[in-house]
Design a binder for this molecule. Structure first.
Ligand SMILES: NC(=O)c1ccc[n+]([C@@H]2O[C@H](COP(=O)([O-])OP(=O)(O)OC[C@H]3O[C@@H](n4cnc5c(N)ncnc54)[C@H](OP(=O)(O)O)[C@@H]3O)[C@@H](O)[C@H]2O)c1
Length: 295
């Protein structure tokens, strides 16, 4: 992207945001924000920003004057606080969008396969969202708000895996490794399907989106469409874990999974074509994660 120098990353103390800062910093002047965890990211000098505070959002963005915002700040699927989830994911995103409208800033927004109903799986970029639970509803409303920004790209992804820092939340792969190495059973559901995405592919896609000034909807996902039991088996193969700790499960047994979509996952062929990149398959992604393990 021409005339692109300064990038602001919201949620830079989080799992994806911190890594976006690391990746883009080699090319751009990158500034990151945190809300409650100043030491959550690798950002040497992060800004405090609560995106639900409209005045603070305007002040920080006016002060930094970014040409692009990568908006990663959000409340995730595990929160039980629907009020906070809505305030951050919808109202907070609207505050960011208003600043982008006012200043003509490019907005790259991180979203999710939870915007779909989970009846079909492997949703394409042009599939019609139909969220069936709270988190997905807020992300869908946020996507609609982002669509009003003149220059925007919605980057949807699915069950991201990679190494987190101690202050960041674990993901399916790191939880599985931790549980089995601690000799604890891990129940994996055979009826929940996803396209687990390598963190590295999200970083690659965001970098290309900025370089090409790509707009619209982008999907980041591997070609592999797996249920959580098969995914756990593949992780165990790569990380040489004792598979006897992986138990067959069905989401009907789980209170937490009640009302959640079952067949999610994304088809990313159109995005790969448009960005001129190929996303890792599961084997490549997990292999690479293992090789980059901190000794
Ligand atoms: N991880 C996944 O598997 C996945 C899959 C699909 C889509 N996504 C999307 O990708 C994005 C990043 O996900 P993630 O897993 O990296 O999230 P995360 O680790 O939970 O980080 C969330 C970030 O949001 C910040 N935040 C929360 N409330 C805020 C507020 N009121 N104002 C400003 N910042 C606030 C947090 O800051 P503090 O910690 O400093 O409070 C943190 O930096 C999200 O939009 C998510 O919906 C993630």
């Amino acid at each position: 992207m021409e005339n692109m120098n300064k990038v602001l990353v919201t949620g830079a103390s989080g799992f994806i945001g911190a890594n976006v800062v690391g990746r883009l910093s080699t090319r751009y002047h990158v500034l990151g924000t945190y809300n409650n965890s100043p030491k959550g990211g690798e950002n040497p000098d992060p800004y405090h920003l609560d995106i639900t505070d409209k005045a603070e959002t305007q002040r920080v963005i006016r002060e930094i004057k970014p040409e692009c915002i990568v908006h990663c700040a959000a409340i995730g699927t595990t929160s039980q606080d629907q009020y906070l989830t809505r305030r951050v994911n919808v109202e907070g995103t609207r505050n960011i969008v208003d600043c982008c409208l006012e200043r003509g800033i490019k907005l790259v927004f991180l979203s999710t396969d939870f915007v779909f109903d989970g009846n079909l799986g492997r949703y394409r970029e042009d599939a019609v969202p139909n969220p069936i639970e709270g988190y997905g509803q807020t992300k869908h409303e946020a996507e609609t708000a982002v669509g009003k920004a003149p220059r925007h790209c919605i980057v949807r992804t699915s069950l991201v895996y990679g190494w987190e820092t101690p202050s960041q939340h674990p993901n399916f792969v790191t939880r599985l490794i931790q549980e089995i190495r601690s000799k604890r059973n891990f129940k994996a559901f055979t009826d929940i399907f996803r396209t687990p995405s390598a963190l590295e592919d999200i970083l690659l896609a965001i970098e290309r989106i900025i370089d090409l000034d790509h707009s619209g909807i982008a999907h980041v996902a591997p070609p592999d469409y797996v249920n959580m039991y098969d995914f756990a088996q593949r992780v165990a193969d790569i990380f040489e874990l004792d598979k006897s700790y992986i138990l067959l499960g069905n989401s009907l047994e789980s209170e937490r999974e009640r009302g959640k979509p079952k067949k999610l996952g994304l088809d990313s062929k159109a995005t790969q074509g448009a960005l001129g990149i190929r996303f890792r398959n599961l084997l490549e992604g997990l292999d690479e994660m293992k090789s980059s393990q901190r000794k």
